[in-house]
Design a protein around this ligand. Structure first.
Ligand code: EPZ
Length: 418
């Protein structure tokens, strides 16, 4: 089994090139199902979730070629409209392939999705949206079996701005006769990126990033080449890492506009952050102050995917901080691991009350999920002594060469096999 072995205390200096966003690449790969031709996506990121998604596409009949940092998919001869549980359970993104498969085949059979163990992760809003497009579906024995032979555009009001449900319904509407309207959809930058990809292939979508998204059905989508946006969560992870360790780092291919909810919370006395061309420069003295309250919210609110990372930083900030996790009811599992490192954290329902301690000490900890694991690595970078983080494969679902990138910045971290 592989673990990350970290000796805390080093500052970070250097440059990191941020890769494409996992949560943009995944729905765009699903959107490729709608294209009857060749799809070329640039800056292919080697996150495990992306590999799982390309395996799903191959299982549908896609031909995949990786070269020169790009993935080329031949989507001409898709023959299969089913996603079996052994593939579906590996990633959350299998569920929003449903809309794309329905759009292409007008039928689908998809097993329940996997994804991080951070809550119940229901799919009721996905199914509500598909039913509004006149899809007949049976939800039984862990499979969603759909008949889309009479699909037509419809109006979908989302009770909650679910990212995946918004993407699913958008893709289901692209090749469906009539107009589909999504009200109260998610506004994440990755939704706009999906709209831009699909429109480049011939779709007629507008409004992504606003409260109302409109999709006018078209006959077919064509071959397309596209470069998805950079990963704002990885960018935010390195911004927080610099606040934890101190130092100065440059993040290339990074967009500060997508992270205003994070930078708004950071103490200007500890951090200097500015953009230059397509890069972000961060200079930090480390030793941030406590933050009275952070509430995770749908975009443009504070991203839930940065919650573990900021809690790791707050665990040694002078004073008491409160974090409220409004999206996923069990996204605090990693705090039990932080407590092993000396953190003083009380969890009360959706609230984490973090009393800053002088410092953390190294311990053997375990990555409970993708972003929880990243938070534990950041804690190890500042802890006294040695920390090992187990279950590294969770972190590799959304970070490429995380330990090597941190080592190149001056952290004392390496991957060991035990
Ligand atoms: C996407 O998950 C991301 N994953 C998550 O990133 C991210 O945390 C989440 O959006 C929120 O931003 C991908 O894009 C692959 P949701 P998703 O549907 O689509 C409730 C990471 O670390 N809900 O917006 O599953 C749900 O319970 C991962 O990269 C319903 O009630 O998130 C939750 O409370 C983790 N019914 C809230 O909506 C539904 O049908 C947000 O979920 C769907 C969701």
């Amino acid at each position: 089994m592989e673990k990350l072995h970290i000796k805390g205390g080093n500052k970070l200096y250097g440059t990191v090139k941020i890769g494409c966003a996992k949560n943009a690449y995944l729905p765009i790969l699903a959107g490729a199902i709608l294209c009857e031709g060749k799809v070329k996506l640039n800056n292919y990121p080697f996150y495990k979730d992306i590999l799982n998604m390309t395996n799903i596409l191959e299982n549908l009949g896609a031909e995949k070629t990786l070269n020169d940092g790009c993935i080329e998919l031949d989507m001409t001869n898709l023959t299969n409209y089913e996603i079996p549980s052994n593939l579906s359970m590996l990633t959350r993104s299998s569920i929003f392939s449903l809309g794309a498969i329905l759009g292409r085949f007008k039928k689908a059979k998809v097993a329940y999705p996997g994804g991080c163990d951070i809550g119940t992760r229901p799919i009721d809003l996905h199914l509500k949206g598909l039913r509004a497009l006149n899809v007949k579906l049976i939800d039984k024995r862990g499979y969603i079996t759909c008949d889309g032979s009479n699909m037509k555009g419809g109006i979908v009001h989302l009770d909650f701005p679910s990212v995946g449900a918004t993407e699913n319904i958008m893709m289901a509407g692209v090749l469906t006769k009539g107009e589909t309207k999504i009200i109260n959809g998610a506004k994440e930058p990755e939704i706009e990126d999906l709209q831009n990809f699909l429109n480049k292939a011939g779709a007629k979508i507008k409004g992504a990033g606003t409260n109302i998204i409109t999709i006018k059905g078209v006959e077919k989508l064509n071959s397309v080449e596209y470069t998805p946006i950079s990963d704002r969560i990885i960018t935010g992870t390195y911004i927080i890492a610099c606040g934890i360790c101190g130092g100065e780092i440059i993040l290339e291919n990074a967009n500060l506009n997508h992270l205003e909810a994070l930078t708004d919370k950071l103490d200007k006395n500890c951090y200097k952050i500015w953009s230059k061309n397509n890069s972000i420069i961060i200079n930090s003295k480390g030793k941030h102050n406590a933050i009275t309250k952070i509430e995770t919210m749908p975009y443009p609110g504070f991203p839930t995917d940065l919650q573990p990372q900021i809690v790791a930083m707050l665990s040694t900030c002078k004073g008491t901080s409160v974090v409220v996790e409004n999206l996923f009811e069990t996204r605090y599992k990693y705090t039990n691991e932080l407590i092993k490192m000396g953190a003083d954290i009380i969890i009360k329902e959706r609230n984490a009350i973090i009393k800053g301690v002088e410092n953390l000490y190294g311990a053997e900890v375990y990555a409970t999920d993708l972003r929880g694991g990243a938070g534990l690595v950041l804690a190890g970078l500042m802890a006294d002594g040695y920390t090992t983080v187990g279950n590294v494969s969770q972190i590799e679902r959304g970070y490429e060469n995380f330990e090597q990138t941190l080592a190149d910045l001056g952290a004392d971290i390496k991957k060991i096999s035990v």
